[in-house]
Design a protein around this ligand. Structure first.
Ligand code: NDP
Length: 333
């Protein structure tokens, strides 16, 4: 295949994120396109087939999925299922000889994340986690300012992310989600602090917020506050909630200045400023940029900047945050 060919992407799980963001983004991509779908809902199959002109032979359900091995029109499988189902479908996609992107959080346990990485390695296929903000100008600017110590070393970080969840879904069913807002929204705070500081923390302390609705939050936390400690003494204070629509925040304070994104983590409308003034950066289609970059990695045989290993690292940190909240102890990461 030529390096100028468009790769075919199959989305697995046609929920809110696939329908609202990924399918539209795949109409804008240059290096890849929406070629197939995997869905358990026949009505969605019919609707997507028509809307996106998807041929019958590229439409699968969860039982027929493994036959994708025989379909040369599909190069990349993008797993967009509830968190606890990521592992099974990433492994099956790799076994079918496809490159794989998996949504965040990569898995609901580090053990699963390791299995997924091993399966892709064994198949000789590229594996990426859906961290769209590594392709977003404001967040890239935070990485530059923090990692290059433009205002001196980052001493303190603040990160918030959360929304008010009021109707039951897989997000509050631990068997499918692996946990509450930490898994879903707090992971952006973890990511933001690590890519701004450019280091992995050495320890964490954490505390669950009181549960205001034990009916809704039966087996996941309603919210959690945590602090990361870094080797150089820097700290990061983070908060995530399913009880409150928070302004997504990422702020870094250094001896000679500060930088802040608010809102920091959405699909668009991001705004940034520093102690020297506004950032004035564009908002791009993050998912289209992310997808084209992954296709380019495959076509040019170069590594992705958001590999499965980064997803594993973050799942390990999520596990450490939960352990710290459950024990009330400082946990080494
Ligand atoms: P939705 O609930 O909207 O969709 C999930 C889809 O998965 C369903 O529509 C269904 O699709 C399929 N599915 C298969 N089995 C089940 C099951 N047992 N219960 C529920 N759904 C099932 O979720 P989202 O699209 O919001 O999230 C999907 C993944 O994407 C999650 O991992 C989430 O963390 C991630 N995400 C990432 C975002 C980002 O910005 N990177 C933003 C939003 C979500 P079908 O009917 O086709 O079978």
């Amino acid at each position: 295949p030529g390096a100028d060919r468009q790769l075919g992407v199959a989305l697995v799980g046609l929920g809110g994120y696939s329908a609202g963001q990924l399918a539209p983004a795949l109409q804008q991509t240059k290096r890849c396109r929406l070629a197939g779908i995997v869905t358990g809902t026949p009505a969605k199959a019919a609707q997507w087939k028509q809307q996106y002109n998807i041929p019958d032979q590229n439409i699968y359900d969860y039982k027929t999925f493994d036959r994708i091995i025989d379909n040369p029109a599909i190069d990349i499988v993008y797993v967009v299922l509830p968190n606890a189902l990521h592992a099974e479908y990433v492994v099956r996609a790799a076994q079918a000889g496809k490159h794989v992107i998996c949504e965040k959080p990569l898995a609901t346990s580090a053990a699963d994340a390791r299995r997924m990485i091993a399966a892709c390695q064994k198949a000789g296929k590229q594996f990426s986690v859906g961290y769209r903000l590594h392709f977003e100008p404001h967040n890239l600017e935070m990485m530059r300012l923090g990692q290059r110590e433009v205002f001196g070393p980052v001493r303190h970080l603040l990160a918030d992310n959360g929304f008010r969840l009021s109707t039951p879904s897989w997000r509050v069913n631990r068997a499918l989600s692996g946990g509450g807002p930490l898994m879903d929204m707090g992971i952006y705070c973890v990511q933001g602090c690590l890519y701004t500081k450019g280091q992995v923390p050495v320890s964490v302390t954490a505390k669950f917020i009181p549960n205001p609705d034990p009916q809704l939050f039966k087996n996941v936390e309603a919210g959690i506050d945590w602090q990361f400690q870094f080797a150089d003494g820097a700290t990061a204070d983070c908060r995530t909630r399913y009880t409150e629509n928070m302004t997504a925040l990422l702020r870094a304070e250094s001896p000679k200045g500060w930088a802040e994104l608010a809102p920091a983590f959405g699909y668009g409308g991001l705004r940034g400023r520093t102690s020297q003034g506004p950032m004035n950066l564009p908002n791009l289609n993050q998912q289209a940029t992310q997808l084209d970059d992954f296709a380019d990695c495959i076509l040019r045989n170069r590594p992705t900047r958001v590999p499965g290993e980064m997803g594993l690292r973050d799942v390990q940190l999520l596990e450490a945050i939960y352990r710290a909240a459950e024990t009330g102890q400082k946990v080494s990461t």
